[in-house]
Design a protein. Structure first.
Length: 443
């Protein structure tokens, strides 16, 4: 399955100022598979080493960190030469060997002709000792579960994707394509973007098989809690299980007191930071005003928590896949939560780190972020309803250069960009092609 990160790896290979590369991401998002595919297509040979599976591998980094000695010993280990420029060296699960992580500094300084890529969990790399991380001596790429565009590619819609990429933002998508994209999006809400789950769906079109695999991934994540954070296991598990419930309420703000009665923020903050560092959840903080820099106006105590993958969110919540066909019935709030979580995942995928805005108890805009020189409010609607008093209030107060309303509609009105849910991956194009307009608070 094609991953957009692949193009970044090719750019890295061709960069004359290339440094050793760390490919980071949540567990099971496809890092190892992508690096092996990249190696097979772009190098004569690939030398693969896994620091979690091969316990003796770390011994080759203990005596010293001379990269040429290390390469010589690793060549003997795999019984074939590791050649500059021609062999891709893959260090998998590098977080299990601090000395190997430190060695990247010396590969950068003393042996830049060797192409070294590393896969590591976000948590493991972040928790590495300060003296082991090669600051300034590595390139880094963040990898996420598959976004909606990649999901379309995995389902064989290459021609449709090419058409959508070329389509000007001001041009309406044909109705026949809208219907197809809406169908794919509803499926994506259930399947999510974990590569193994997507692959199983593409092969079988069997939701029960998809759910079985999602259950396995969720169990693996909980097992990781016990392996890497045994002291916080109870707190981690309680937070993890409470997120779908809190996100599904009309007020999606996360409350520590809702995790378990009697527990306070100080009892749970460490466990939450562990989940964030592992890339399993994301925190979106509130800002009081859309001023630059946004971080200066954020409130650390008021935030929402979202999942790394919407398919896992739905499965952990225990919601039937049929929720995608519900209009405004019993799944109304959950469907809104999934749509919001989906939009956040798409924004993260393109390098954004949004906040949300709230004005007392009167108005709330789902996401605020900077796009170039523009500070853009983004409102999310799960279906075709486009009314938003909160966005109108924000526009009235701050007169932003542009604003975006994301829903199942494809209609712009009163200067507000109407962006379909299935085109969020192209939001930069929509905002970039929109100049300053007189945004009206009238719907």
């Amino acid at each position: 399955m094609r991953r957009l990160c692949y193009d970044q790896l090719v750019e890295w290979k061709n960069d004359p100022w290339r440094k050793p590369l760390i490919l980071e991401g949540v567990r099971q998002c496809g890092k190892t598979y992508l690096l092996e595919e990249f190696g097979s297509k772009n190098y004569e040979n690939t030398a693969y080493f896994n620091f979690e599976d091969e316990k003796n591998l770390a011994s080759h980094f203990e005596r010293d960190l001379n990269p040429r000695r290390i390469i010589e010993e690793l060549s003997i280990l795999i019984k074939r030469p590791i050649l500059p420029e021609k062999t891709l060296i893959i260090f998998d699960e590098i977080q299990f060997c601090g000395r190997a992580l430190t060695s990247l500094k010396y590969f950068c300084e003393k042996a830049p002709e060797y192409h070294v890529v590393c896969a590591g969990s976000l948590l493991g790399v972040k928790l590495s000792k300060e003296d082991s991380f090669p600051v300034g001596k590595v390139n880094r790429i963040r990898m996420y579960p598959m976004n909606f565009f990649e999901f379309l590619l995995a389902n064989g819609e290459d021609l449709l994707c090419d058409h959508l990429k070329k389509l000007p933002a001001a041009e309406t998508v044909p109705q026949a394509f809208e219907d197809k994209l809406t169908g794919y999006l509803r499926t994506y809400y259930v399947v999510g973007g974990m590569p193994a789950v997507v692959y199983r769906w593409v092969l079988t079109k069997d939701i029960s098989a998809v759910e079985t695999l999602q259950d396995e991934i969720l169990r693996d994540y909980v097992d990781d809690f016990g392996k890497h954070a045994a002291d916080d296991l109870n707190e981690l598990t309680m937070i993890w299980r409470s997120i779908p419930e809190q996100l599904s309420k009309e007020n999606r703000r996360f409350f520590f007191s809702h995790v378990k009665k009697g527990l306070r923020a100080k009892d749970l903050e460490h466990a939450m930071e562990w989940l964030i560092s592992a890339g399993l959840i994301y925190k979106v903080k509130m800002i009081s005003a859309p001023m630059v820099p946004l971080s200066s106006y954020s409130d650390e105590t008021i935030f929402k928590i979202y999942f790394a993958d919407i398919g896992l969110l739905r499965k952990l919540a225990g919601v039937d896949p049929a929720f995608i066909f519900d209009g405004n019935g019993k799944y109304k709030h959950f469907k809104g939560a999934v749509a919001e979580n989906y939009v956040l995942n798409e924004l993260l995928f393109i390098g954004k780190s949004p906040y949300f805005w709230k004005s007392g108890g009167v108005a709330e805009v789902d996401f605020i972020d900077n796009f170039g020189t523009k500070t853009v409010p983004i409102e999310v609607k799960a279906e075709t309803n486009t009314k938003s008093k909160s966005l109108a209030k924000f526009i009235d107060l701050y007169r932003p250069e542009c604003a975006v309303k994301i829903s199942m509609n494809n209609v712009s009105k009163n200067g507000i960009i109407g962006l379909p849910l299935w085109m969020v991956w192209k939001i930069k194009d929509y905002i970039g092609e929109t100049g300053r307009k007189d945004l009206s608070m009238n719907e």
